[in-house]
Every structure is written in structure tokens, then in C-alpha cells.
Design a protein around this ligand. Sequence first.
Ligand code: ADP
Length: 320
Amino acid sequence: AVLPKILEKPKQTPPDPPLPRQNSKTAPPSPPKIITDQDKLVEFHRVGFLGEGGFARVYEVKDVRGTRLACKVVTKTSLKTKKAKTKLYAEIKIHRSLSHPNIVRFKDCFEDENNVYMTLELCHSGSLMDMLRRRRRFTEFEARFFLVQLIGACHYMHTHQVIHRDLKLGNLFLDSGMNIKVGDFGLAALIENPGERKKTICGTPNYIAPEVLFDTANGHSFEVDTWSIGVILYTLVIGRPPFQTKDVKDIYTRIRDNVYEFPPDRAISTDCREIIQHILTSNPQQRPTLLEIVGSSFIEFGIVPGFIPMSAHDVVPDFR
Ligand code: ADP
């Protein structure tokens, strides 16, 4: 089967009877210890838990050869609505179409009685969010390394008409070689006609571009990812997102008014500050292109390390 059957066009059947009331605090049952793809007759042994997001839980699994993978599990009870099905269908369709060294590789999807499963490339080293928590902030050397890989992945997505729409540190995973793997295509959109604009308000508060929130008439496009890249770069070198406050409404006001500052106690280079300011331009048409960011003085005249050592998870690497 190309797609899990649950995602196929609904047949003309009477609507489901209402579900028995569920206590939202009770966790859904764990997937089986051995997860089976009945069509391909392959088995995956569940060996660990990696994390959970909005609507999925992610486990580490091993195939028969002993290869370790990530397995994203979505319960069928969470797929009762047409909206939820359409969303998962879009995530699978988009993620499966992408193949790039800095994007989490989508392997396969299948279902059993209770769940839909997506097997993905395993990212052994957590997300950049986890790493930032330990390090507090990164050097500009590291920021350049991550930025170049992120822009490579993003440029690839955009040339394949995909807008990610949820680029943030928590969705930038790291492989065992400390390379970036962009993941979670749950909010991604495919631009099917040139010039098409998207109107759905989505994203993560700290990283949302102003046009998503405040130009709903006009809609938004690829430049929202560029904005998020600016927020990511700021967060890497300063240690917290530029528009962050306690109240989400205040975050949005700050985004609307383009209010953020560079704290005087965090020394960052002029080149770094200038590229961040250029990217965080309210008017999406005036933001630099991805190629312009790679060609900026920050990247062009700075040192981009060839690799980052694993020790960088906990201590500042020495690039001299
Ligand atoms: P959701 O779409 O529900 O937000 P995510 O795709 O963000 O789910 O995954 C939830 C969590 O699972 C992540 O924050 C991360 O901890 C873990 N995770 C997801 N994909 C992988 C992967 N390929 N390798 C390792 N861990 C992963």
C-alpha cells in the first residue's frame, strides 16, 4: 500500500458514533513491542522512547538487520476528524518527496489496527534546542556551521515548492556527526501554483513571521522560513529568541512592531548583527534571499568549521 488506508478518501459511510468520553490525561496505549508492517512483512522492535510532539509519539526501533530508526506513531483515535487526516496526509506526502543530507530521511509508512507509523532516519543527538539548554549559547563559528546546513536544506525545500513553516531549534535535529537534520513536516505546505499564497495561521509563537499574523488578506509564502532562520540565528548566538516574553500576545505585538534588542552583555560581531537585522525585516519582499544570506559578510568572511566535535554538546569547542 502506498498510503495507510485510514488516509484514503472517505467512503460514503454513516458518521462514527460519538466516542466514549476519554480522560485527556490518560496516555494512549503504547504501540506493540514488535511493530509489524503487514504488507511488507517486516518487523521493527521498539527499543526506546525518543519524544512526543503535538500529535505523535516517537520511538527508537530496530529492524531485523539491527539498523536503528525513529518511528513516529500517530494513534488512529487522533485521526477521527477529516482535518486531522488531511494534515497527516500532507505531512507524509511532503516529507516523503524530500531527499537531502540535512533533512530527516523519510523511510516508510504503514498502519496496524491502532496506529499509523512513519519510519524515519534516527537522529542520535537530540535537537539544537536540547543542546542550547546545556550550552546556553553558541559561538559564531558554530552558528555559521549550523546556518549553512540549515540554508542548504531550506533552499532544497523551496526549490521543491515546499515551505516548512515551523523551523525552530526544536525541529533541527542532529545526527551522530553533529550535522543538522530538519524534521517535523507537520505544518509544511506545498505551493502548487506559482505565486500561490498560503493563508493558514500556523507556526510557533517565537518564530512566526509578521505577515503570517498580520497580513492574512495577502497570505504568506517562502519568506516565512527566511524569517524563522533569522530568529534561529539570533537564538543561537544570544541564547534566547528575539521577541520572547511571558505573554504570547506580547510576543505578537513585538513581532508586529519589530521590537527586539541585542543585549549589551552578549558580544556579537557587527557582521552577525547586520545579517540578523537584514533577515528580520518586516516586509517579506525586502528580506534577503537564502543565497544572499550565504553570501553575506557573516558567512563569506567568517570561518565555517568543517565539522563540530561531539564534545560541543557540553563545552565550547576551540576552533583556533
Ligand atoms: P510532532 O509532529 O508531534 O510535533 P515531532 O516530529 O516534532 O512530533 O517529534 C516529537 C519528538 O520526537 C521530537 O521533539 C524529538 O524529541 C523526537 N524525534 C522526532 N523525530 C526524531 C528523529 N528522526 N530522531 C530522533 N528523535 C526524533
